[in-house]
Write a protein that binds this ligand. Structure first.
Ligand code: SF4
Length: 703
């Protein structure tokens, strides 16, 4: 049953647009942008505008629990009791025989905060293992490390309202015109009204974001650190730095200065493939601005040197003193709607709830005490790719995958298939049979989705919103929190008999009290009646906190921000060679979302890109004897993809691009970009190297 009109939040990207949901005369869900919402002011992008198709079409939904008794048997419908009793019995027996580290959970940045919190409490507090990680590891874990190293904690200092106060934007490793469209629309409008605003885009591809920029630095993939350092060098040489801020509010400047002067501008220009004049121009735009915002996403994070790229970019905000004041600051963009909420509740293998650290004994003790358990294991959990490595090697026996599709989204997908086949027990908790991962499940659990359950999410700017339940889930699908709590109780654990999502939220909010992400003065009543809030929301800040660090006191021991040096200024990815001469970078198209289990259902969203294509520069196409529209074969050391070529000078020579959305179910195995991608990860953030895989491209000839 649908109520008349409710307000909620878009379930796609981390922009977090407000949506009004109504029903039409046929009782079908219709959506429109919420004109009163501070994020989007009524606007919606193509994906958000078409959300009603996804909500109304349940033809692909998983309706009942299904189980197979052995791998040679098909999945069969079972009751929830049978399904969860089996899950509990298998988990108990594996843990008894092999210990708690033989099981793991792989969850999602699309989960609500309450779901994320419960999954972490269950795993870290009660199962006794830290083997819980999230698909957000694939998109923003390098940014988390960058913030922690620079500011002492994972804290995005800015708000969207800073956009209208800034006069210089450095957008790097991101294409917000396609991937964060409403955010980008705000930047466009701001520039249209204020032509003096400067926009710099750094990207190997001339994207729609780059087309709108005043300056596009089309760097070679992987050379970001040297480019940011070269900009820092020009800022220093031109006297466009904030000495007062550096002297009084930072540490480590001398070493940073030595580093940026260790490479000449000429060498940096040659190395990055960007002219000296353009580097100087970028520094001038940044240095002369009153409000400087840097924005980034996967292009920085998804790299073996993702942490190095992040700290090097953050150093530009420190050298110019552009943090903690209106219209300025570094702003990492989250790809998923609740990647930020996951960070708050410790949704990664190396974190604990409320921004506490697993490696800190006192933090472990505090969390254990709060949950009423003896201890939290000090052993770091397996991260996303490590978990599937451990399945492949047999160290991990059972995995519970909720709300994510690793068979399309993880790197080197053939290896993921092997790992899944090798697992003793796989639980897949999801909404749709369109997920390729369902085929590998021993137990399939139908989950409720957007509009079918209540909870909260946090967007890129720390804004918490409440999402009401508006329609009943089809069949026997249940909210994820109910599934996790039911399983926990069948495992014999106390502390999971909640009556509502609100009770879980209240427990989490109580845990935040006194921390830097304190939301102890924010409850469901306030969220329902007053709207959205940016954390912290505490006794001093009832209305929330749009901007952090206005007092210039950072969360480090010295209260100063830290200039961090990269461990390597050069990219450490495996370089192209004669056999694999081109660099493959993967990414997203405008109208699709992740692995297309939702957007792939909407016909009008397929018109922009009906199928994946390979972008290749005319020079490389000539060398490879490829014409526009030819079917190409792309090979890496890991696999093969076959798609048509789009010959375009919008991509840098030596680089090719494939979108990552398509999987087997939606096209064919040969359209899946992650067949090719390498398995290297950043040694600190453990984020995969999706943006740099060496490949060879040829025209496909039918045998
Ligand atoms: Fe949804 Fe993101 Fe589009 Fe806003 S910009 S409508 S949050 S997909």
């Amino acid at each position: 049953m649908i109520k008349n009109e409710v307000k909620t939040t878009c379930c796609y990207c981390g922009v977090g647009c407000g949506i009004v949901v109504k029903k039409d005369s046929n009782n079908k869900v219709v959506v429109e942008g919420d004109k009163d919402h501070p994020v989007n002011k009524g606007m919606l992008c193509s994906k958000g505008m078409n959300l009603h198709y996804v909500a109304n079409d349940t033809s692909d939904r998983i309706l009942y629990p299904e189980m197979r008794w052995s791998r040679s048997h098909p999945l069969e419908r079972v009751s929830w009791d049978d399904a969860l009793d089996r899950a509990a019995s298998v988990f108990k027996s594996i843990i008894k025989k092999h210990g708690p580290d033989s099981v793991g959970f792989y969850v999602s940045g699309q989960s609500l905060t309450e779901e994320y919190y419960i999954a972490n409490k269950l795993t870290k507090g009660f199962l006794g293992t830290n083997n819980i990680d999230t698909n957000s590891r694939l998109c923003m874990s390098s940014a988390v490390v960058g913030y922690k190293k620079t500011f002492g904690e994972d804290s995005v200092p800015v708000s969207y309202e800073d956009i209208e106060l800034a006069d210089c934007f450095l957008i790097t490793g991101a294409n917000p015109a396609w991937c964060h469209p409403i955010l980008f629309r705000r930047i466009e409008k701001h520039k249209e009204e204020n032509p003096n605003v400067k926009i710099i885009v750094i990207d190997p591809r001339k994207t729609d974001s780059a087309n709108f920029a005043d300056l596009h630095l089309q760097l070679l993939p992987g050379t970001d650190v040297i480019l940011y350092n070269a900009i820092g060098r020009c800022l220093y040489k031109s006297g466009l730095i904030d000495e007062d801020f550096i002297n009084n509010h930072t540490e480590g400047f001398k070493d940073y200065k030595d580093l940026i002067f260790s490479t000449s501008l000429k060498d940096a220009s040659k190395f990055c493939g960007v002219s000296e004049d353009d580097i100087k121009k970028a520094a001038k735009y940044i240095g002369l601005s009153k409000g400087f915002i840097s924005m980034w996403a996967m292009g920085l994070n998804q790299s073996v040197v993702g942490t190095d790229k992040n700290v090097s970019l953050l150093n530009l905000s420190l050298i110019t003193g552009q943090v903690g004041k209106p219209g300025s600051g570094p702003f990492s963009l989250t790809g998923q709607p609740n990647a930020m909420g996951g960070r708050e509740v410790g949704g990664m293998a190396n974190l604990l709830a409320v921004h506490k650290d697993l490696q800190n004994e006192e933090h472990r003790r505090e969390v254990a005490q709060f949950w009423g358990v003896d201890k939290i294991s000090p052993k770091p959990g397996l991260t996303a790719t490590e978990m599937f490595d451990a399945l492949e090697s047999g160290k991990l026996k059972a995995i519970w995958i909720a709300c994510t599709n690793p068979l399309v989204s993880l790197p080197n997908t053939h290896r993921i298939e092997k790992a899944m086949k090798n697992a003793k027990f796989v639980v897949v908790q999801d909404i749709s049979y369109k997920s390729d991962t369902v085929a590998y499940a021993d137990l399939v659990l139908p989950a409720a989705t957007w509009l079918e359950k209540e909870g909260t999410m946090t967007n890129s700017e720390r804004r918490i919103s409440y999402l009401p339940k508006e329609i009943n889930a089809p069949g026997e699908a249940r909210p994820d929190v109910e599934i996790f709590c039911d399983f926990a109780q069948r495992m014999g654990f106390r502390g999971f008999n909640y009556n509502s999502a609100e009770e879980i939220y209240d427990e989490y909010a109580a845990m935040t009290k006194g921390t830097n992400i304190d939301v102890s003065f924010l409850n469901y009543d306030r969220l329902k009646s007053e709207g959205t809030f940016q954390w912290p929301v505490n006794e001093y800040r009832h209305a929330g906190t749009p901007r952090l660090f206005e007092d210039k006191k950072f969360y480090t021991a010295s209260k100063k921000a830290i200039f961090n040096l990269p461990t390597s200024i050069r990219n450490t990815s495996v370089k192209p060679n004669a056999d694999f001469p081109l660099i493959l970078t993967t990414g997203r198209v405008r109208d699709q979302w992740h692995t297309m289990t939702k957007t792939g259902k909407v016909s009008r969203l397929k018109t922009h890109f009906p199928k994946p294509v390979l972008e290749i520069n005319p020079f490389d196409a000539y060398i490879c004897k490829i014409k526009d529209g030819d079917i190409t074969q792309i090979k890496s050391e890991n696999g093969v993809v076959r798609v048509r070529a789009k010959v375009t000078d919008t991509i840098k020579k030596g680089v090719v691009f494939l979108p990552m959305h398509w999987g087997k179910k939606l096209q064919s195995d040969l359209n899946r970009a992650n067949n090719l991608t390498n398995t290297h990860i950043d040694p600190i953030s453990k984020e995969p190297d999706f943006k740099f895989t060496r490949v060879v491209v040829s025209k496909y000839k039918k045998p």
